[in-house]
Design a protein around this ligand. Structure first.
Ligand code: 9MR
Length: 859
C-alpha cells in the first residue's frame, strides 16, 4: 500500500520507539531534524515541577521522585475511565502529525488506555492506544495525524478496570508536533493470493498474483511433498480498482486430485498452503453456527460446551449488572417493564437490537430450511448434537435450538396488550451510555433501557417469528403457535402504525435506523403467507410494490434491505403463490447479475464497484446466498462454482492476503472488536472463537472509528481494513455477518457428495385435492443400466400438509422429513423400470403443492 499522500511534513528528531503499537503497525521511523524544532505540547512532562499541569480523578494519589510520577490505582473499578490521569488544553491542528511518547511501568501486568481526545462529549479521539505495561519501564511512541482543529484536546491515561490495586509510574511524557505521519504496512504475505482453506475438487480453482509484470508469468503447483503437479502461465489483467494493485489470474482448475498442503509458485513467490477438498467446509458450517452460543445473553456459558469461552451469565439480575429482567423505557416513556433477558448480544457491544436480531435469526433458520428443500440439502448435518451448544438430546435440530434463543427474545420485546402501540416491538435494548473495552457482559454496571417501538422492528419480529412457527411446528407445536400469534399480532400492529421510525438518542447503542419499511412489510407478509397460506397475506405479497420490482439488481440484502429475503423464501420454500415462477426467475436473474460481476473480477469478487460498506464481507456473502439459491433452483453447476469462487475472497484471495474467518487459513483475522473476546487488550481473555467473521474492509471507515482514522487514511477499498480491536468500523463481529457466513458455509458443506443416486429419477404428482385433503402419486424410475436395491425416498413435507395413509410403500415422518421405505415392496428396481406408490394427505385451506425436491437413496 502506498504511504499516505500529505503535504510535506516538518521533520523532527524523535527518540526511537522501544515499544510499538499492535502487530503489523510500526510508527514511522524517526526523521532527521531539519529547520524546525518540534514543540512539546505537554506541560511538565518530565515532572521536574511535581505534578504541575496534570490532573487526576479523585480516587488517585501519588508522588513524584526522580522525574517519575508513581500513582496508586485502587482496585475494584469496572471501566477504564473510572481512574484517569490527564492534561488539558493541547492544541491540535488539522492535517498536522503528532507523536505521543511516554515511559511507563506498573506493579502488575495491565493494559491501559492512552488517549488524545476531545475533552467533552462526544469525546472523539485523535489517538486511542492500549499499551500493555509491565514491571520493567517501557517507552511507548505513537504517531497520529489530526483530522480536526481542536484547540483544547485532552491527553488522558485511563487506568481503571482492575480488580486489584496496582501502581503506575509515568515519566518523560511528551506530545510532539511535526511528527512523521503514521504508515500502515500490513503483512499481506505472499503475492500469490489463494483461498487458504480449500478448493472444490471438481470446481473452479483460481489464484490472483499481484505483480507489475505485463507479460504472462510461469506458475507451478506443488503438492505437500513438493512434487510438481501442474504448471502453466498466468493471464495478465492489469490494474484493478478495488485493490489498487496490478494483477494476473492463475487458473489451475484442471487439477482435481484432492489433497492437503498444495502450494502455488509464481513470480518468485509461493502461496500459503491450501487444500483441494471440501472437508473444511463441514467444519466451517459448524463453527460459524457455534459462534452464537457464547454470544448469548442471559445464560452462563459452559466451558465444557464452548471450551475456552466459559463465562458468567450476562445481564441477569446479579450485581454489578442491573439485569434485563425488568427493563423500562428510556426517559420514562412507558409505565411498564419487560423481561428481555436472553437473546444474543448484537456484536462486540452489549446491545440487543430487534432489527438486526430479526435478519440474523432468519438467516440461521434459512440455513436449516435450505437443508429441507434443496436437492443437495443434508438436514443430518444440523441435527440434534451437531453444534457446540447445551441443548443436546432434546430431539430438536441444534440450529433450531440456537434460533429459538433469539426468537424468544424478539417476542419478549413486544409491547404488551392494553398498552399504547400494543403488539409493536421495541426497536432495541441497550446501556444508557457506551461501555468501554474490555468488559465482560456480567460486569456491565449500567442501567439499560428499552428504546421506543418501531415499524421496522415490529416487522422483523413478524417475519422471524412466522418463519419459526413453520419450522418448530413438528418439534414444539405450542411454541410454534405462540410464535405465530406473536407474528400475526406484530404484523397487524405494523399495519396500524406503518410509519413509526426508530429514533436514536446517540448514546449507548447502535442506531439501526430504517425509515423505508416497504421491504420489511413485504418480507413479513411473505413469511406469514408461507407459514399460514392465508389469503390476506397472499394479497399483501402480491400487492406489495416490491413484488413486481427487481430487488436484486441494485444491491445485495442486509439489515436495512430485506425484500430479497422475501423473494428467496417465496422461490425456495414450497408454496402455491400465483406467479411463483416469476419470482424464481427473478432470483436466478439476480444470481446471473452477481455472477457476471464476479466473473469480471480477477479476485472473483463481484462487489465493491462503488466502495466497500460497513460489513462488506457480509455483503459479499449475501450475494453468494443468492447465487447458491440459483443453484438450488436450477441445478446448474456454474452457480455452485460461483459460490465457491466467491468464497475465495473471504478466505484469503484478496488484496491483504487475509482470511476474514478466525481460525481458517494461514493468516486470519483474530482481533475483532469485542468487549469480551478482547485478548488484544487483556491476555487473560480469549480471541474470538474459530468461525468468527470479521466485518471487513470499509472504505469510509476513517469517518467512523479512531483506529481507521489513524491508519486507513489512504487505502484502496480492499485495503481499508485493520485487524485491530479498536477498529469497530472495519473489524467488528456481529450476529448478522456470521449468519451470512453460516448460510454460505452450510451450502458449501452440502456439495461434498451427490445426495441422490444418479440413475434414480423421481416424479411427485398431486393427482387431486379437496377441502382438507389431497392424493399424491410418486413414480421412481431407474434410468441407469444396473438394478437399484432398497430404493428409499426422502422429502420435506410442505407446510400445511401431512401424510394420512399410503399404499405400495411405508411412509414415516420425523420432524419435517418424510421417509418412504419398502418402495416396490422392497424388491430391486431393474434398469429402465418404474415403481409407483401413493398416499392420501391432509391439508389446511391452501392448495397442496409438491415438495421442492425428493432425495433417492439406494443400497
Ligand atoms: O452493521 C451496522 C452498519 O450497517 C451501520 O452502518 C453502522 C452504523 O450505524 O452500524 C453497524 O452496526 C453496529 C451497531 O450499530 C452496534 N453494534 C455493532 C454493529 C456492527 O458494527
Amino acid at each position: 500500500m502506498a504511504p499516505p499522500a500529505r503535504s510535506a511534513p516538518r521533520r523532527v528528531a524523535l527518540a526511537a520507539a522501544t515499544a510499538l503499537a499492535v502487530g503489523a503497525i510500526a510508527a514511522a521511523p524517526a526523521a532527521q531534524a531539519q529547520d524546525e524544532e518540534p514543540t512539546n505540547l505537554v506541560t511538565n512532562g518530565d515532572f521536574a515541577d511535581g505534578t504541575n499541569g496534570w490532573w487526576t480523578t479523585a480516587n488517585l494519589t501519588g508522588a513524584v521522585a526522580d522525574g517519575e510520577w508513581c500513582i496508586d490505582v485502587p482496585g475494584g473499578t469496572l471501566n477504564p475511565w473510572d481512574a484517569i490521569v490527564g492534561q488539558d488544553n493541547l492544541p491540535l491542528v488539522t492535517g498536522e502529525s503528532y507523536e505521543l511518547q511516554f515511559t511507563a511501568r506498573a506493579s502488575a501486568d495491565v493494559s491501559v488506555r492512552a488517549l488524545v481526545q476531545q475533552p467533552v462529549d462526544p469525546w472523539m479521539t485523535a489517538l486511542e492506544e492500549f499499551p500493555s505495561l509491565t514491571a520493567e519501564a517501557q517507552t511507548f511512541s505513537y504517531a497520529f495525524t489530526a483530522s480536526a482543529d481542536w484547540p483544547d484536546a485532552q491527553l488522558a491515561f485511563q487506568i481503571g478496570r482492575n480488580d486489584a490495586p496496582w501502581q503506575l509510574c509515568l515519566s518523560e511524557v511528551a506530545l510532539l508536533t511535526g511528527a512523521e505521519p503514521p504508515v500502515y504496512d500490513p503483512d499481506t504475505g505472499p503475492r500469490v493470493r489463494v483461498n487458504q482453506v480449500g478448493y472444490l475438487p471438481d470446481g473452479p480453482k483460481r489464484a490472483t498474483l499481484v505483480t507489475e509484470s505485463e507479460d504472462p508469468l510461469a506458475w507451478q503447483l506443488h503438492d505437500a511433498e513438493g512434487a510438481l503437479v501442474a504448471e502453466g502461465d498466468s493471464a495478465p489483467h492489469g490494474p484493478e480498482s478495488t485493490s489498487g494493485e496490478s494483477v494476473h489470474v492463475i487458473d489451475f482448475s484442471e487439477v482435481t486430485a484432492a489433497g492437503e498442503g498444495y502450494t502455488l509458485t509464481a513470480d518468485g513467490e509461493t502461496s500459503y498452503p491450501f487444500a483441494i477438498g471440501t472437508a473444511a467446509y463441514g467444519d466451517l458450517a459448524v463453527d460459524a453456527l457455534s459462534f452464537y452460543y457464547p454470544q448469548r445473553s442471559g445464560i452462563a456459558i459452559d466451558d465444557g460446551v464452548a471450551p475456552g469461552y466459559g463465562r458468567e451469565a450476562g445481564h441477569v439480575d446479579v450485581a454489578p449488572n442491573q439485569g434485563d429482567g425488568a427493563v423500562t423505557c428510556y426517559g420514562g416513556a412507558c409505565d411498564y417493564t419487560l423481561d428481555v433477558t436472553g437473546g444474543w448480544y448484537d456484536a462486540g457491544d452489549h446491545g440487543k437490537y430487534v432489527v438486526n436480531g430479526g435478519i440474523s435469526v432468519a438467516q440461521l433458520m434459512s440455513v436449516y430450511e435450505r437443508t429441507l428443500h434443496a436437492p443437495t440439502g443434508d438436514p443430518a448435518r444440523l441435527a440434534d448434537g451437531t453444534l457446540r451448544l447445551p441443548e443436546h438430546g432434546d430431539g430438536v435440530p441444534d440450529v433450531l435450538d440456537e434460533a429459538r434463543w433469539e426468537v424468544e427474545f424478539l417476542m419478549s420485546m413486544q409491547v404488551p396488550a392494553g398498552e399504547e402501540l400494543a403488539g409493536m416491538a421495541h426497536h432495541k435494548i441497550h446501556d444508557e451510555n457506551w461501555t468501554g473495552l474490555p468488559l465482560m457482559p456480567s460486569d456491565d454496571p449500567q442501567a439499560r433501557f428499552l428504546e421506543p417501538p418501531s415499524t421496522a422492528a415490529t416487522l422483523n419480529l413478524a417475519a422471524a417469528a412466522a418463519q419459526a412457527a413453520r419450522l418448530f411446528e413438528p418439534y414444539d407445536p405450542e411454541f410454534a403457535a405462540q410464535a405465530l400469534e406473536a407474528a400475526e399480532t406484530a404484523y397487524a400492529a405494523a399495519l396500524a402504525n406503518p410509519e413509526v421510525y426508530a429514533v436514536d438518542r446517540g448514546a449507548g447503542g447502535g442506531p439501526y435506523g430504517d425509515n423505508k419499511v416497504t421491504d420489511e412489510f413485504y418480507w413479513a407478509a411473505a413469511e406469514l403467507f408461507l407459514t399460514t397460506g392465508a389469503d390476506a397475506y397472499e394479497a399483501d405479497v402480491l400487492g406489495s410494490e416490491l413484488h413486481e420490482e427487481d430487488v436484486f439488481a441494485a444491491s445485495g440484502f442486509w439489515w436495512g434491505e430485506v425484500a430479497q429475503l422475501a423473494k428467496l423464501d417465496l422461490a425456495l420454500v414450497p408454496n402455491a403463490l400465483p406467479g411463483r415462477d416469476d419470482v424464481i426467475a427473478e432470483v436466478v436473474a439476480g444470481a446471473d447479475v452477481y455472477l457476471d460481476e464476479q466473473d469480471a473480477s480477477p479476485w472473483d469478487l463481484g462487489y465493491g464497484a462503488n466502495g466497500f460498506d460497513w460489513g462488506s464481507n457480509s455483503a459479499v456473502l449475501n450475494r453468494l446466498v443468492v447465487v447458491g439459491a440459483a443453484f438450488d433452483l436450477t441445478g446448474e453447476a456454474r452457480y455452485r462454482d460461483g459460490v465457491f469462487a466467491g468464497l475465495d475472497y473471504i478466505l484469503g484471495r484478496n488484496a491483504l492476503g487475509n482470511s476474514y474467518v478466525t481460525g481458517y487459513g494461514s493468516h486470519f483475522s483474530k482481533n475483532q472488536h469485542s468487549r469480551w473476546y478482547a485478548n488484544q487488550l487483556d491476555p487473560a481473555l480469549p480471541n474470538p472463537p474459530v468461525g468468527t467473521l470479521s466485518g471487513g474492509p470499509n472504505s469510509v471507515a476513517s469517518t467512523w472509528d479512531p483506529v481507521a482514522q489513524r491508519w486507513l487514511t489512504d487505502c484502496d477499498p480492499q485495503g481499508c481494513y485493520i485487524d485491530d480491536i479498536g477498529s469497530w468500523a472495519t473489524n467488528e463481529l456481529t450476529i448478522n455477518w456470521n449468519a451470512s457466513l453460516a448460510q454460505v458455509a452450510s451450502f458449501a458443506a452440502d456439495q461434498v457428495s451427490a445426495p441422490s443416486a444418479p440413475s434414480c429419477q423421481v416424479e411427485y404428482l398431486i393427482n387431486g385435492q379437496w377441502p382438507g385433503g389431497f392424493v399424491a402419486q410418486v413414480l421412481v424410475t431407474n434410468t441407469g443400466d444396473a438394478a437399484l436395491e432398497n430404493v428409499t425416498l426422502h422429502w420435506a413435507m410442505p407446510t400445511g400438509q401431512s401424510v394420512v395413509q399410503s399404499w405400495s410403500a411405508d411412509l414415516s415422518q420425523e420432524g419435517h422429513l418424510v421417509t418412504a421405505t419398502e418402495v416396490g415392496g422392497g424388491t430391486a428396481l431393474s434398469a429402465g423400470r418404474t415403481f409407483t406408490f401413493g398416499f392420501i394427505g391432509a391439508k389446511d385451506a391452501r392448495t397442496a403443492v409438491a415438495p421442492s425436491s425428493v432425495t433417492c437413496t439406494t443400497g
